[in-house]
Ligand binder design. Structure first.
Ligand code: ADE
Length: 397
């Protein structure tokens, strides 16, 4: 099998980005170094569906150094960093990814990873696992990076259709407490600033959803001087937002005041026609959730079939006699409009991924077809590595 990427000529640039990220991901280096001599993954083929970023390249090269044979595709048609895809390909990884894929090309790349017949599948969002469940191939096991993907796998489990054991990496404390909250908090704001080039201070920012992602985004937006309002359907989370000092309102009541709307719910059709109709001229719409389902983009297109691209990743729709700006096509703003989470936080998530892959490779025979949490010893190990990486000292007793 040969890679399908945009331009192998970008490999050198990708290698520089890889080295930069690796320098800030010492936890992965340590895991790699403590396992490298035994090459514990040398009998395994690994299939990945992850956002192809500089941070992901650090995980992939570490897994390769532990002996694995690897194929990878992207977890989003618009998130691939082409230089990283080229670098990984130049290192002998089978890469099926480029930025700006059509929906069909995106699905074909997932199929290419499955045709490689991996033993263990690592996914971000659940599209690879879903495709794997439609194929006849048998797999030893899998891991899943996101809340959305874990929910999809739990549905398969509840219908007794899960075909292999999966480790819910998202559920590790050292993953969701940091990546989902602080990682998304910083990278979502980064995506909005890079795409719009505007000032956040004094803007009315409406954050839909106060889960880990919503918490991270709202606290960072407030830190930059935005006036933040939370909308929620869960009374406990709404109360939490209130006690954290945020305005809590119904979306229909704040639709007309928001300068920037950010969806952080993981659910479908959060910002709908009735909200879009009320919005003021110039309002901007961004999504921080995994899929492009939270903003009713179809309704925007029904109002204006030919939106104008006013700058990269900013489309202007004429809608009810005003202009509404959709960022990154309603796709995950941090990875499409910026570079995703920074390396220091991805080091925690990907340390959990690598240790979970190693765990699966040793234990898959004794596991049943269930969604498992990351073993607590792994979570603690990652926390200890991170404490060391941050030069912190904690008490023994
Ligand atoms: N998800 C969010 N940020 C990411 C990154 N930098 N790399 C891979 N997946 C991510």
């Amino acid at each position: 099998m040969s890679s399908k990427i945009a331009d192998i000529g970008l490999a050198k640039q990708g290698q520089m980005s890889y080295t930069w990220a690796r320098t800030h991901m010492t936890i992965l280096e340590k895991i790699k170094m403590s396992n490298e001599s035994k090459k514990p993954l040398s009998d395994y083929k690994l299939g990945f569906c992850l956002h192809i970023t500089k941070e992901t390249s650090v995980l992939i090269i570490a897994a390769k150094m532990l002996g694995a044979d690897i194929a990878i595709c992207s977890a989003n048609p618009l998130s691939t960093q082409n230089d990283i895809a080229a670098f990984l390909s130049s290192e002998g990884i089978k890469v099926f990814a480029w930025r700006g894929q059509s929906e069909r090309q995106y699905r074909e790349c997932i199929e290419s990873v499955l045709q490689f017949q991996p033993d263990i599948l690592t996914d971000d969002g659940g599209d690879l696992h879903t495709a794997a469940h439609k194929s006849k191939t048998r797999f030893y096991g899998g891991t899943e990076e996101t809340t959305t993907g874990v929910k999809r796998l739990e549905i398969l489990q509840s219908r007794k259709r899960l075909k292999y054991p999966v480790i819910a990496v998202n559920n590790a404390y050292t993953k969701h407490l940091f990546d989902n909250r602080y990682g998304t908090g910083q990278s979502t704001i980064d995506g909005i600033l890079r795409t719009t080039g505007l000032f956040l201070s004094g803007k009315q920012v409406i954050v839909c959803g106060y889960g880990w992602v919503g918490k991270g985004v709202s606290v960072r937006a407030r830190g930059m001087g935005a006036i933040v309002t939370i909308t929620e359907v869960d009374p406990i989370k709404a109360l939490e937002a209130h006690m954290d000092g945020f305005n809590v309102q119904q979306l229909s009541d704040v639709s007309y005041i928001g300068d920037i709307f950010i969806t952080c719910t993981g659910h479908c059709r959060i910002i709908r026609k009735e909200h879009l109709k009320k919005m003021k001229d110039g309002a901007m719409l961004a999504n921080a959730g995994h899929f492009d389902v939270e903003i009713d983009v179809g309704y925007l297109y029904s109002q204006d079939k030919f939106p104008i691209l006013v700058r990269p990743n900013v489309e202007c729709f004429k809608c009810h006699d005003k202009k509404l700006y959709l960022l990154s096509k309603g796709r995950v703003i941090n990875l499409v409009g910026a570079e995703g989470h920074p390396p220091e936080v991805m080091a925690l998530s990907f340390a959990n991924q690598l240790l979970s892959i190693l765990f699966l490779s040793k234990n898959y025979r004794s596991l049943t077809n269930k969604v498992y949490n990351v073993p607590h010893e792994i979570d603690l190990k990652v926390a200890r590595y991170a404490i060391e990486a941050e030069n912190l000292r904690i008490d023994d007793s």
